[in-house]
Design a protein around this ligand. Structure first.
Ligand code: ACO
Length: 365
């Protein structure tokens, strides 16, 4: 049997975590549009337990996560050493997750909530270290999102910024069997440890056809702005050269990514608040033209690129932010795979040469 290219549409396993059936995104049965206002910690609980937490449970999750948002001194020392060489932040993250697995591999500490907290803290640290900025400390009075924002920006976020970023984190928290989640599940299916699964997921997310697209989206906006080229000309030139326009198209959402629809409103608002509307206006022109020309819609990465820029992040760090948001989903899938799944080991069809005979070394002389 010939499978579709890239396993498109192939159901390889059951899951109770999230669904994109009929192009409607739900987490444990709840539509993303409704959850986009829910506190991030509540969504983490939902993805992991498939039910909403009680108020006491929510408070406990929040308290535990915030208290775990600190890295061991040894980890920070090694991260600083790794960050000495100029490298892409996703490369530093890949090594850091693996590093956390060695400096942090005490089984008692391998608790998913603790790992998630460390991941957020490590990603904030990568962003700060990249600019030689001091590392910040959490405030136990705040929630996870507020603290995370403080850790990577060094500034106390406004309540409006926290609300917006909470939505960004919730919308990115999970997305069924996307490439990085599937990668994590393949590794989890061998019963490897959490850190090995997460390191693999980070590697898959790095690519420009997946999480790396948000960085490329902002590069496009900067290029257009600095060259003064018309967005229509940019799109035409690029597509004539056989290149894709980053931030458009989706394997599942052919009529529009539901996350992008929510994120568009946030991008418009935050761009206005931070005098970045020039970029939002460019995005609108590109979006309209892309629809006219290709009928492709923006995906989740299209608007987050601008949101991250407005929060003061450098474009090279955008994909680490995606990783921070997606870690909750990756961990949910790792746990599900290890509890219910079997070893993932597909087969291939060999199409190379056959019936060859090795000549042996003697024939040379
Ligand atoms: N720009 C221009 N043309 C595109 C784009 C795009 N962004 N996306 C798809 N197309 C075209 C393809 O060239 C192809 O045309 P053809 O049939 O004439 O060859 C057709 O649309 C189908 O595209 P595929 O790549 O086969 O669609 P697929 O479902 O496999 O890919 C993908 C989806 C990888 C996301 C693709 O749309 C793409 O590369 N987009 C740009 C990168 C991007 O934004 N990635 C982020 C995705 S969201 C996420 O991972 C979080």
């Amino acid at each position: 049997m010939k499978l579709p290219e890239g396993l498109a549409g192939v159901v390889i396993s059951e899951t109770k975590i999230s669904s994109t059936k009929d192009a409607i995104l739900t987490y444990a049965g709840y539509p993303i549009q409704e959850l986009s206002q829910a506190p991030y910690e509540e969504v983490v609980y939902l993805l992991w337990h498939k039910k909403l937490p009680t108020e006491t449970q929510l408070t406990e999750v929040r308290k535990q996560m915030v208290s775990d948002m600190v890295l061991p001194d040894e980890t920070i020392r090694l991260m600083k050493y790794i960050a000495l060489e100029p490298q892409h932040p996703m490369s530093i993250l890949r090594t850091t997750v693996s590093l956390l697995g060695t400096t942090h591999n005490n089984p008692k500490r391998d608790e998913p909530l603790r790992i998630l907290s460390k991941m957020l803290t490590a990603i904030a640290a990568i962003i700060r270290l990249r600019d030689n900025q001091e590392l910040m400390k959490v405030n136990p009075q705040w929630g996870v999102v507020e603290n995370f924002m403080y850790l990577f920006t060094g500034r106390c976020p406004t309540s409006q910024q926290v609300k917006m970023f909470n939505t960004v984190m919730v919308l990115h928290a999970d997305h069924e069997f996307n490439a990085s989640t599937f990668t994590a599940r393949v590794v989890a299916s061998t019963q490897a440890d959490y850190y090995s699964c997460l390191t693999a997921a980070v590697c898959a997310l790095k690519g420009p056809l997946h999480g790396g697209a948000n960085e490329q989206v902002f590069k496009m906006l900067e290029d257009i702005r600095t060259t003064g080229q018309k967005p229509i000309d940019y799109v035409n030139e690029r597509m004539a050269a056989g290149k894709k326009i980053m931030g458009f198209g989706h394997r599942i959402y052919k009529d529009g990514d539901p996350r992008a629809k929510i994120l568009r409103g946030i991008a418009e608002q935050i761009a206005e608040n931070t005098n970045n509307s020039v970029y939002f206006n460019l995005q609108e022109q590109i979006r309209d033209y892309m629809f006219e020309k290709t009928h492709l819609h923006p995906n989740v990465d299209y608007y987050t690129a601008l949101i991250y820029h407005c929060l003061g992040l450098d474009k090279s760090t955008f994909t680490t932010m995606f990783a921070a948001c997606r870690t909750a989903g990756w961990l949910a899938h790792i746990m599900e795979q290890q509890a219910d799944g079997c070893l993932i080991r597909p087969s291939s069809e060999y199409v190379g040469p056959i019936n060859r005979h090795y000549p042996g070394y003697e024939k040379e002389s």
